[in-house]
Design a protein around this ligand. Structure first.
Ligand code: AMP
Ligand code: GLY
Length: 427
């Protein structure tokens, strides 16, 4: 199979790394990719939203499958673009249709969907500037903290959690008046859920599904979950409390009704569903849906996947997923992100990176790197994702931190407490 993968982060390096191992692969291209993906496939200088250039490339290179890493092209309708084009319609697209991508692209849509199909989630209401006063009244019916979410995509920054009612009212007014541009024209206000978060991942062909390994993400920039919200500073898999009883509840109460709901709504869906879940004393609630894999979760999840990923993706595209094999390695995986000083706020780019080649017990996925004058440099906030596998989370953590000790770039920082809660929780 000839495959084109869209994206350029650590998640896409992990995808490319795993796809490159497939017996079914002939050629792997990544658009635009990064120096890490270039080591397992061929990078192509095309933007992820440049559908016309993607089309030309797919025809020229006889691509059989398009794998979409990030949500944006899906929300912009790349699945539908391929389906509607005579020259492209026989190419399998792994990713939701535009209608399906609304599960991530509109929080209001996702909440209404969950309500309609009885999927457990926080109680909510949606407001616009026209009924802002009802929004203030709804806030009065909730207890602190208050959760306010921009309806649309806001680069991962659209959720604000307020500790008191006055702050919540101020933030609601700011959001409805354009704090996140058009994304916050509608705001979802919801009840605060207690518990511990876990990310679970599903691949579906729209009929059946496979559950991939779960992971815990570390969203805050600083140790002890302090500091600004980031895209994620590390990931650990497995997560002890996502045991078989919990997973069973997630399957029967969340995943199966979600797939049945997509079918009932006549929404095409062949790809990943990422469930951001809250575990409240063993009961799962959906915090959010994403129509892609998580980053950095993918860098911990795919190394644990004991299956030919391309074979699974083919199953998703041809509605034969139920006949495919999908198992998980028993080993634990841990990913620690090396970030640029200042991230997630402003940071400098162009710092020379050294030492990666000396890391021998971990996989170093590239997230925000570039090659300039034959030298590897930083080009993003999250620069590298250092993943290790071992029999225990504790030993995998040791390997990742030993690997990081060998890597250098100016102002590099990383969280030193990834996985500590998992180790403590198990005791
Ligand atoms: P989201 O972008 O929807 O994943 O929200 C970002 C983060 O906000 C989540 O990972 C949670 O940590 C937190 N969050 C969102 N919704 C809720 C909620 N209803 N209750 C508690 N925390 C929440
Ligand atoms: N790490 C969370 C996300 O990918 O949204």
């Amino acid at each position: 199979m000839n495959v084109l993968l869209l994206g350029s982060g650590g998640r896409e390096h992990a995808f490319a790394w795993k796809i490159a191992k497939s017996k079914k692969l002939k050629s792997l291209y990544i658009a635009p990719g990064n120096p890490g993906t270039a080591s397992v496939g061929k990078n192509v200088n095309i933007g992820i939203n440049d559908f016309e250039e993607i089309k030309k490339f797919c025809i020229a290179k006889e691509i059989n499958m398009l794998v979409v890493g990030p949500e944006e092209p899906l929300v912009n309708g790349i699945y539908d673009f391929f389906a509607a084009d005579d020259q492209l319609k026989n190419i399998a697209v792994i990713g939701a249709s535009k209608a399906g991508a609304m599960l991530e692209g509109s929080k209001d849509f996702a909440k209404k969907f969950m309500q309609k199909y009885n999927i457990p989630t926080a109680r909510h209401k949606t407001f616009t500037v026209e009924n802002i006063n009802s929004g203030f009244e709804f806030l009065e019916t909730l207890n602190a903290p208050y959760v306010l979410k921009a309806d649309g995509l806001a680069a991962g920054k659209g959720v604000v959690i307020c500790e008191n009612i006055n702050e919540a009212k101020t933030v609601l007014a700011e959001m409805l008046n354009g704090k996140f541009g058009t994304a916050s024209r509608k705001v979802v206000i919801e009840e605060f859920l207690k518990g511990i978060e876990v990310s679970m991942f599903v691949i579906t062909d729209g009929i059946s599904y496979k559950l991939l390994p779960e992971a815990k993400d570390y969203k805050r920039a600083g140790d002890g979950d302090k500091g600004a919200n980031t895209g994620g500073m590390g990931a650990v898999s497995p997560v002890y409390f996502a045991d078989s009883a919990f997973r069973q509840k997630v399957c029967s109460r969340i995943i199966e009704p979600t797939i049945a709901g997509l079918q009932a709504e006549k929404i095409d869906y062949q790809g990943f569903i990422f469930l951001g879940l809250m575990n409240d004393c063993g009961e799962p609630y959906v915090i959010e849906y994403n129509v892609r894999m998580g980053d950095p979760e993918t860098e911990a999840v795919l190394p644990r996947l004991n299956a030919d990923l391309l074979d699974l993706l083919e199953g998703a595209a041809t509605k034969t997923l139920s006949s495919k094999k999908c198992a998980t390695y028993a080993q634990a995986a841990v990913t620690v992100i090396c970030a640029s000083g200042g991230y997630p706020d402003s940071y400098e780019k162009g710092m020379e990176i050294s030492g990666i080649e000396t890391v021998d017990e971990s996989i170093v996925f590239h997230a925000g790197t570039t090659v300039c004058n034959n030298r590897l440099q930083t080009s993003g906030g999250r620069v590298l994702a250092v993943t290790s596998l071992d029999d225990t989370v504790e030993n995998a953590l040791k390997k990742s931190y030993a690997g990081i000790a060998k890597i250098e770039f100016r102002d590099m920082y990383f969280r030193k407490d990834i996985g500590q809660d998992i180790l403590n929780g198990k005791k």
